[in-house]
Design a protein around this ligand. Structure first.
Ligand code: PEP
Ligand code: MN
Length: 263
C-alpha cells in the first residue's frame, strides 16, 4: 500500500489548510519537549512568524535514561493546545504507548511515532485505527525497506496519511549524533508515493549543522522539515545542544526559500 506500484500519484496529506507532499515545503518547528506554557506559546509565535506551518513539542518523551525528564504528559498536551490557539498552527506530538493513543488523539493534529518505536507494531496498528496523519520516524538502524513495512502496518488499518521522517541513522561516526541519510529521499521517491520530511536536529545533534542539512534536504527533494527550536537552548530540559534559537531559525527559513526556488 505504501508502494508506487498501486498508486503512482504522490500522496498529499491535508492537515487543515496545510498540504504535506504537495508543491510547498512544510516546516514543523518547536521545542523537543514542552516545558511550560509561557515559553511554549512564545516559541510558537516566533516559529509561526518565521513561516513554520506546524508546531512540534513532546509531552511524552522516550528518553534513553529512565531518570531523565520524561515530559509533562497530559499537562503538556494542554499547553500544546494553548500554542495552537495562540497561533493557529497545527500540532504534532509523539505518542509512545498504545495506552496513550486515545488521550493524545484528543489534543493533537498529527501523531508522531518516534525512531525507537518504529517497529512497535501494536502502536503502529493503533494509530492506524485513528484518522489523524502519522509522522513515522525512521528507526535508529532501520533499512528503508523495514521503514516502509512499518508504514504498511499503519496503512493496513485504513489510515493512509503517513508522512515518513528521515532523522539520521546509526553509523560508526561519532562527530554527529546520527548520520543523515539524504539518499533516503530520492530512494523513497523511487519506490513510494508517501511524503518524506527530514529532521536535521536529531540527525546531527548539533545546532550548528542544522541549517546546512536542512538546505541539503530541500535540495534533495524533501517535502518538509521538522526542526527543534528553543528560546534558551543551554537551559532546555531535552536536546538543547541541537536546538536553534528562534532568530537563527528565522534566518534559516529565509535561506530555505531561496533553496526551494532553485530546485
Ligand atoms: C523527538 O522528535 O524529539 C525525538 C525523540 O525524535 P527521534 O524519535 O527521532 O529520536
Ligand atoms: Mn528531541
Amino acid at each position: 500500500l505504501a508502494s508506487n506500484e498501486l498508486q503512482q500519484s504522490p500522496t498529499v496529506i491535508e492537515v487543515g489548510d496545510v498540504r504535506i507532499g504537495g508543491n510547498e515545503i512544510v516546516v514543523m518547528a518547536g521545542p523537543c519537549a514542552i516545558e511550560n506554557e509561557n515559553d511554549f506559546v512564545e516559541t510558537a509565535k516566533k516559529v509561526r512568524n518565521a513561516g513554520a506551518k506546524i508546531l512540534r513539542g513532546g509531552a511524552f518523551k522516550p528518553r534513553s535514561s529512565p531518570y531523565a525528564f520524561q515530559g509533562l504528559e497530559e499537562d503538556g498536551l494542554k499547553i500544546m493546545v494553548a500554542g495552537r490557539e495562540a497561533t493557529g498552527l497545527k500540532l504534532v506530538t509523539e505518542v509512545v504507548d498504545t495506552r496513550d493513543v486515545e488521550l493524545v488523539n484528543k489534543y493533537t493534529d498529527i501523531f508522531q511515532i518516534g525512531a525507537r518505536n518504529m517497529q512497535n507494531f501494536r502502536l503502529l496498528s493503533e494509530v492506524g485505527m485513528t484518522s489523524k496523519p502519522v509522522l513515522l520516524k525512521r528507526g535508529l538502524s532501520a533499512t528503508i525497506e523495514e521503514w516502509l513495512m512499518a508504514a504498511e502496518y499503519i496503512i493496513a488499518e485504513g489510515n493512509h496519511n503517513v508522512i515518513l521522517c528521515e532523522r539520521g541513522i546509526r553509523t560508526f561516526e561519532t562527530m554527529t549524533r546520527n548520520t543523515l541519510d539524504l539518499s533516503a529521499i530520492p530512494a523513497i521517491k523511487e519506490v513510494s508515493h508517501l511524503p518524506i520530511v527530514v529532521d536535521p536536529s536529531h540527525a546531527t545533534g548539533n545546532w550548528k549543522f542544522v541549517p546546512a542539512l536542512a538546505k541539503g534536504a530541500v535540495a534533495t527533494g524533501a517535502d518538509g522539515l521538522i526542526i527543534e527550536v528553543h528560546p534558551n537552548p543551554p537551559c532546555a530540559l531535552c536536546d538543547g545542544p541541537q536546538s536553534l534559537r528562534p532568530e537563527k531559525f528565522e534566518t534559516l527559513m529565509q535561506e530555505l526559500r531561496l533553496v526551494a526556488q532553485s530546485v
